[in-house]
Design a protein around this ligand. Structure first.
Ligand code: HAM
Length: 417
């Protein structure tokens, strides 16, 4: 075993998988850029106070943060998510609203690593600041839905809920706490601990021993004010109009504390129930204010790249693209000709590779095969003397030809097209 390996919950992403990651982000970019979203690239590290606003009672903040005091005595944290950073950036830069941004990149949570749950994981996401329109919630959800379709995923379910206005939610939390406290002995010890921190999260328990007591617990729908009900039905009507299938589940609670009104989750039906949330989001109308900005509504979602790619594997869609060059230069004169030719072809936009260390012709041919190139360009002493190269097709059995160096690019372009 080597002395140094990646830390638990962290991974190297090697080629060709890394190419699939790039394509994932590109597909997301294309989907949301077409809807007027611009990319925000926030730093990986923020003042820890930014994330405290995500909710001191959430595991993400209280237990899982990678935080430390830097050399300037600032208490900072690696971001566990990016919504808080987007709101911090909004308060700092005061862009014109509605501010529509997307982001992609790694986040850090000190969780127990398992399949689909890592300590460094990537998300893509969007956020819109500055509009309360429930039809914007629909737009946001629809863009997530469209993205899954672009990937080719079919086994995705959309679950929608409303956590109500802040007063509805507060009354619901009180009722939940009272109910669970009266039924304490029927809860698992883990859920009793959760109850002490955050009664809402008890609803999220996947332990079968908790199922009965949770089933009979108060329901948020009974606490919805008129405005919360109106907003939820507008969201449902919008999703219906777009023919996006969904279910309303008033047991859906999210792991972060800033939500109010619309919340939603995209669930991967092929994944284990503990890690089957491919992405989720909702409204967080108080967060900008909590971070010192003017009262500004917000809505968005984040989709987990790692988990979504696992779901793609399960469905056999969105494969790793083949990464290969088109041309492989074989030089039996020492290597300087390969240096010049690869440089010339790459400058013309032709994907080109070569071998090194002046290997034998046979060994260079093997390397050419391994590279996946369609064509070998061969230079030996005879070709150098006549200013030519040999162009040898590697796959389709076509005849090789000798061409002058000045004709090489055109010949290759024709052969490759
Ligand atoms: P979240 O539900 O905490 O929401 O994370 C969104 C997605 O990130 C999850 O559904 C999951 O796919 C992925 N994810 C989270 N933790 C891990 C992990 N440890 N390993 C692998 N994947 C993980 C948020 O982060 C909110 N900021 C979403 C949002 C945006 N709400 C409003 N706007």
């Amino acid at each position: 075993m080597p002395e140094f390996q990646t830390s638990p919950g962290m991974r190297d992403v090697l080629p060709p998988e890394s190419a699939r990651w790039r394509r994932f982000v590109r597909t997301f970019d294309e989907t949301v850029s077409a809807a007027g979203y611009g990319q925000l690239v926030p730093p990986l590290l923020e003042d820890i106070g930014v994330f405290h606003r995500v909710g001191e009672a959430t595991d993400v903040v209280s237990k899982e943060m990678y935080d430390f005091v830097d050399k300037g005595e600032r208490h900072v944290a690696l971001r566990p998510e990016q919504t808080a950073s987007v709101c911090r950036a909004f308060v700092q830069h005061r862009p014109v609203t509605p501010w529509k941004v997307w982001y992609a990149g790694p986040n850090f949570r000190y969780e127990k690593p398992q399949r689909g749950r890592y300590r460094q994981f990537d998300q893509v996401g969007i956020e819109v600041l500055g509009s309360q329109d429930p039809l914007l919630d629909v737009e946001v959800i629809a863009l997530g839905w469209r993205f899954f379709q672009q990937l080719g995923l079919r086994q995705v379910s959309l679950v929608v809920n409303s956590l109500g206005e802040p007063d509805d939610r507060a009354a619901f939390v009180v009722a939940l706490r009272t109910y669970f406290e009266a039924n304490l002995t029927r809860l698992t010890p883990e859920s009793r601990l959760t109850l002490a921190r955050n009664p809402l999260r008890v609803l999220d328990s996947k332990r079968s021993e908790d199922a009965d007591v949770i089933a009979a617990a108060p329901r948020i729908a009974n606490f919805h004010s008129e405005s919360a009900r109106r907003s939820l039905s507008a969201v449902c009507a919008g999703l219906g109009a777009l023919e996006i299938p969904f279910t309303v589940d008033d047991r859906l609670v999210r792991g972060l504390d800033y939500y109010r009104l619309t919340t939603f989750e995209f669930v991967g039906r092929t994944l284990d129930s503990v890690q089957n949330a491919l992405g989720g989001g909702g409204r967080y109308d108080g967060l900008v204010e909590d971070l010192g900005g003017p009262a500004t509504p917000g809505v968005g979602f984040a989709i987990g790249l790692d988990r979504t790619l696992l779901a793609c594997d399960d469905e056999g869609v969105f494969d790793a693209p083949e990464e290969r060059v088109d041309v492989f230069v074989i030089d039996t004169t020492g290597g300087m000709n390969a240096l010049l030719l690869t440089d010339q072809l790459r400058a013309q936009g032709i994907r080109t590779d070569r071998a090194y260390e002046n290997r034998s012709m046979k060994s260079q041919m093997k390397a050419a095969d391994r590279s996946g190139a369609a064509i070998a360009v061969i230079v030996g002493p005879d070709e150098v003397a006549t200013g030519t190269v040999v162009v040898r097709p590697l796959r389709d059995g076509a005849e090789q030809s000798t061409v002058s160096r000045s004709e090489l690019t055109d010949t290759l372009r024709k052969a490759l097209s």
